[in-house]
Structure formats: structure tokens, C-alpha cells
Design a binder for this molecule. Structure first.
Ligand SMILES: [Zn+2]
Ligand SMILES: [Zn+2]
Length: 155
């Protein structure tokens, strides 16, 4: 027989019987004891009050889920998942473009804004974490050459 089976039987009839015997002996009236007494010492409440408490609990609204409790919360992982959004990336990107004078290293096209001119990371961002913001790992490329390079890299 599995060991934990008795854990699912909180109060056996025998235990309940014992309690009621004790109460009778002490001259207590067989009133219903609140299972989760709001008072630390616990107190004996009438069936009427018990029903009222149950009613209150039923009508209680679930607290709004916000912040970390919200299943949609992405937490601090957002920056890791989208490194392109973080200020470090922006600084790196500008440093690469400035070094190459906003000129495509592949075809020589000179641009002055994204997306016509882009900074390509020579090493895979996700793998080479430590060189993510190394300007030496950046390459200025125009949109067309950048697309070509990625088409090659992915295959
Ligand atoms: Zn790239
Ligand atoms: Zn180009």
C-alpha cells in the first residue's frame, strides 16, 4: 500500500468522535469550529456566522495579477531576448557606422540612416556574447548587402 495514502484523509471519523467526546466532557456545546480561524487562538463560531464567512469568501474577487505574477510578464529577460533594443547595442551600432563612415563595406554605398545602412555583427550575437559590443566585430553594410550576407549565413 502506498505510504502517503493517509495524507488524503485529514480527519477520520474516529478523530472527530474523540473531539466531540472531549467537548462533551468539558461541558462544551457541540458548535461548529471554524476551520481557518481569523483569530490566532481560534474560536468557536455559530453555523450562521460560518455561512456568512463562506459567503464573503465566495464573493471575494481574485486580486489583480500584476507585475511578476502576471503570466505575460517577461521580466528582466526582455533585454537578453532583444539585444538590439538595449542602449549598449545602439552605442555599438553607431560606433561601427561611424568607423566605416556610414559606407557599405561590401559595395561602397554611403547611407545616412537606418535601414538603408546597417551594422552587421560578424559573429553570431547569440553565441559570442562577450563580443557583442566589440566594434571590431561590426561591419557596416547597406540593406541589400546585409540581406545577402544573412541569406548566406543562415544556410
Ligand atoms: Zn547582420
Ligand atoms: Zn552594400
Amino acid at each position: 500500500m502506498p505510504k502517503g495514502i493517509y495524507l488524503h484523509l485529514p480527519r477520520t471519523t474516529a478523530v472527530r468522535e474523540q473531539i466531540s467526546q472531549t467537548m462533551k466532557r468539558k461541558g462544551l456545546k457541540p458548535t461548529v469550529r471554524c476551520l481557518n480561524p481569523p483569530h490566532p487562538k481560534g474560536r468557536i463560531v455559530s453555523q450562521e456566522l460560518r455561512d456568512r464567512i463562506a459567503e464573503t469568501l465566495r464573493g471575494r474577487k481574485r486580486p489583480e495579477m500584476t507585475g511578476e505574477k502576471n503570466p505575460n510578464w517577461k521580466g528582466g529577460r526582455a533585454i537578453l531576448d532583444f539585444p538590439r533594443r538595449c542602449p549598449q547595442y545602439k552605442t555599438w551600432r553607431k560606433a561601427v557606422l561611424d568607423r566605416d563612415n556610414w559606407t557599405c563595406r561590401q559595395c561602397g554605398f554611403k547611407g545616412n540612416k537606418w535601414p538603408e545602412i546597417q551594422a552587421h555583427h560578424v559573429l553570431r550575437f547569440s553565441i559570442y556574447k562577450e563580443s557583442r559590443y566589440d566594434v571590431n566585430c561590426g561591419l557596416t553594410l547597406c540593406q541589400t548587402c546585409h540581406k545577402k550576407i544573412h541569406a548566406k549565413v543562415k544556410k
